[in-house]
Design a binder for this molecule. Structure first.
Ligand code: PSV
Ligand code: MN
Ligand code: MN
Length: 391
């Protein structure tokens, strides 16, 4: 039997960890019942970018910010890109939005009315144009399209119209750009969502071509779904484009990553590593998709990127040679033990040392609390309208 010898030999792969932050995570968000404001909440896109840059400065883990159009619409995207660069971050994924206009009540890219479909297509073309100005690589499409009642819509016809609309958008995707299609099994449509699962997303993007891939949001699956299996499968098929990381207890809770189930995050990161998703030439984009309701937003993002780093480090500890030997020998408990040994190892002291060696704060949460940034933005950002999810 091969002995289980955990080492940190693979920790250099941690240098490849780059986690994009969503601009909307810095705005206020809430539930159906109430949106609580937070002092210092950004009023402009620039203020959201400055907050994201703060997370990156303290962690070294978040070098880019995703934008959501029209929430983050500005006159001059090239200037916005320069502003971001001055702050030490880049502009990343452009997220489209076809879920807030009255015309989209019965769908956007799937709508039966051609004029509504065209409006949704044109919005995506605007997003692609913005990508040209920001230097963004990915156009991310998440659709609220779907139906609430059996019989309400023609399931197959909607798929056909979706395919046609996506094909039109895809024609405008540049050589160095990608279209990523996010799936979600419910909400706001309650009976049937037009892109409910990875299989549908995979089928749609495969029909488009090389530069289209699947976006996996960890909160968008039925409870009990084996997400790491989906990760392994999509990586195997070369179609895992990006992640939206968050965690959930019940539905699409959009909570801090790893808060609900760190072991699941560990298992997902193990498959990401196994499938080459952390290699230097990987095209898998890691992003957060969170909404902070009652907690402070900047430390919420810091906690999340640290949790991803922590579970990645634990996954890198798995002695894969010993694991393979145990698996091939049919040593069920041995294999599981090797896996769990890595998961149960506290890597926090090692990561703190690593950060310090790179000139980063050993404890970014503490460094943020002591930095005075929260107090300074609370003092400065008075007046104007605080941004929120949806504005
Ligand atoms: C809605 O479920 C959602 O959370 C999707 O996950 C998108 O990625 C996000 O909103 C932003 O559009
Ligand atoms: Mn998402
Ligand atoms: Mn979501």
């Amino acid at each position: 039997m091969t002995p289980n010898t955990m080492t940190t030999d693979n920790f250099s792969l941690l240098d490849n960890l780059a986690i994009e932050l969503p601009s909307w995570a810095f705005g206020n968000s809430g539930t159906r019942f109430k949106v609580f404001g937070t002092p210092g909440t950004p009023r402009t896109v620039e203020e959201k970018i400055a907050d994201a840059a703060t997370v990156n400065r303290l962690t070294g883990l978040a070098p880019s910010v995703a934008l959501h159009i029209p929430w983050d619409r500005v006159d001059d995207y090239a200037a916005l890109g320069r502003f971001a660069a001055d702050q030490g971050v880049a502009l990343g994924t452009i997220n489209s939005n076809t879920f807030q206009d009255d015309e989209y009540k019965f769908g956007s890219l799937t709508h039966t009315d051609k004029t509504v479909r065209q409006k949704a297509i044109d919005h995506h073309l605007e997003c692609i144009e913005i990508m040209g100005q920001t230097g963004s690589q990915d156009l991310k499409i998440w659709l609220a399209d779907g139906t609430n009642y059996p019989g309400q819509g023609d399931i197959r016809g909607r798929q056909d119209r979706l395919a046609e609309s996506l094909a039109t958008i895809y024609q405008h995707i540049g050589e160095d750009q990608r279209l990523v299609l996010e799936y979600k099994f419910f909400e706001p449509a309650m009976y049937m969502t037009d892109v409910p699962d990875w299989g549908t997303s995979y089928a749609q993007v495969t029909a488009l071509g090389e530069r289209a891939a699947v976006c996996l949001d960890t909160g968008h699956h039925a409870p009990g779904t084996n997400i790491e299996f989906i990760v392994a499968q999509l990586l195997r098929l070369g179609k895992l484009g990006s992640f939206d990381f968050n965690s959930r207890f019940y539905a699409d809770d959009d909570l801090i990553v790893g808060a609900a189930d760190p072991f699941q995050l560990f298992r997902i990161m193990f498959e990401v590593i196994r499938g080459g998703g952390l290699d230097a030439d990987s095209t898998v984009a890691l992003m957060l998709d969170q909404c902070h309701n009652v907690e402070e937003k900047i430390p919420g993002q810091i906690r999340s990127v640290l949790n991803v780093q922590e579970m990645t480090a634990r996954a890198l500890l798995v002695d894969t040679d010993a694991l393979t030997a145990a698996q091939e020998a049919g040593d069920v408990l041995g294999a599981n033990g090797i896996f769990m040994d890595a998961f149960y190892t506290d890597v926090r002291p090692m990561l703190a040392e690593r950060r310090a060696a790179k000139g980063l704060p050993a404890d970014p949460m503490r460094a943020y609390a002591e930095s005075g940034y929260a107090e300074s933005i609370a003092a400065v950002r008075v007046g104007g309208t605080q941004s929120s999810w949806g504005a």
